[in-house]
Design a protein around this ligand. Sequence first.
Ligand code: NAD
Length: 415
Amino acid sequence: METLNPFQIAIEQFDRAAHRLKLDPDLAAILRQPKRQLIVSIPIRMDDGKVKVFEGFRVQHNVARGPAKGGIRYHPNVTLDEVKALSMWMTWKCATVNIPYGGAKGGIICDPKHMSAGERERMTRRYTSEILPLIGPEQDVPAPDVYTDAQTMAWIMDTYSSTIGYSCLGVVTGKPVELGGTKGRHEATGRGVMFTIEEACKAMNKPLSGATVAVQGFGNVGFIAARMLFEKGARIIAVTDSRGGVISRSGMNPEGIDAHKTRTGSVMGMTNTAPISNAEILELDCDILVPAALENQITAENASRVQAKIVAEGANGPTTPAADQILFERGVFLIPDVLCNAGGVTVSYFEWVQDLQGFFWDEDQVNNQLERLIKRAFQEVNDLAGRERVDRRTAAYMLAVKRVAEATKVRGLFP
Ligand code: NAD
């Protein structure tokens, strides 16, 4: 029976790359485990006057190459193992695109859709206060993830700044532009997904214009990726969100879907579309599949029925190791999460650089630098995969693990 425990999966992926690299077992033992794991309880007063205690986490996997970096997730199914896996994936992601960060992640077990803005603000501020000893612009820099956004980051920045007594912009990224955020951050992950798909099409000698696209998870990443692919002439034929989805073979305009979702709360019920489920969209006859929701969507059970020629992992961890193997053997062009969705952390890095310097870039500069870094990483991963005859996830890991291992080795073992 294949494991769906995200941390077990992260370890399995790491071991595969470490084995190919013939990594020193001492280094491998260090890199397999997170450096720090903090569990906090977060008591807040709810709108009905009662106190509710939430559980939250912040995990730093590795800081060998620079401060820890990673988002904060609000979701009822958050677990410590999920946060550990996500923190490890952040280490490899930052190293894949070669930015000077380690990996971290945070999360709170909660149902933000059923909380008021006031409750979410109080929860965010108390969580920030509880993880405060770990975070800071030179220590650990959080960012948005599932069901957290620029507003959440503004509350974190304000709580941190109020505690230390002065305004600190660089403590989080993904902030509103008025508060030291960067232009282009909101679109960055989706834009990066589009760049990697563009490169994959080039590598396969297939035009992106006219290609059919299915997007699972029409949120920040999924919507922006769909919009940018649409602008490149691709046909968006199906999208889903947590409630279900819609399909239209003639194609849909993502702006129209977004407007419908803003109006009704879901993509479902769009005019001139038929319903499609979250399981069905993964097996749809299309050129490009973008899983942009949560982990463990493509598994040993359904991987043999995936018909897309390109799978672009907008989400973190949507494909299990067993499914990786099946897709690889079937010749599916998989763009692994650590490369595909690295646009977000790359522009977060640009935001942090701007905050530290107090000097802000225009949007073209952000987008051009993003394109340069993502396309360079794509080339390095794709070349290595070809040379070593391994799947592209293993290639990305080999590149990343080697960089982190070299930094760890040259720093030496303290004490
Ligand atoms: P989001 O909250 O904006 O959107 C998530 C979307 O997924 C929503 O449309 C939601 O309805 C849908 N969804 C939730 N549960 C689902 C389910 N069970 N089945 C299908 N759809 C479901 O979050 P996001 O920031 O777009 O993140 C999506 C994924 O991308 C996550 O895996 C996240 O870790 C990853 N990611 C995000 C960023 C970023 O910059 N936001 C960067 C890198 C990776």
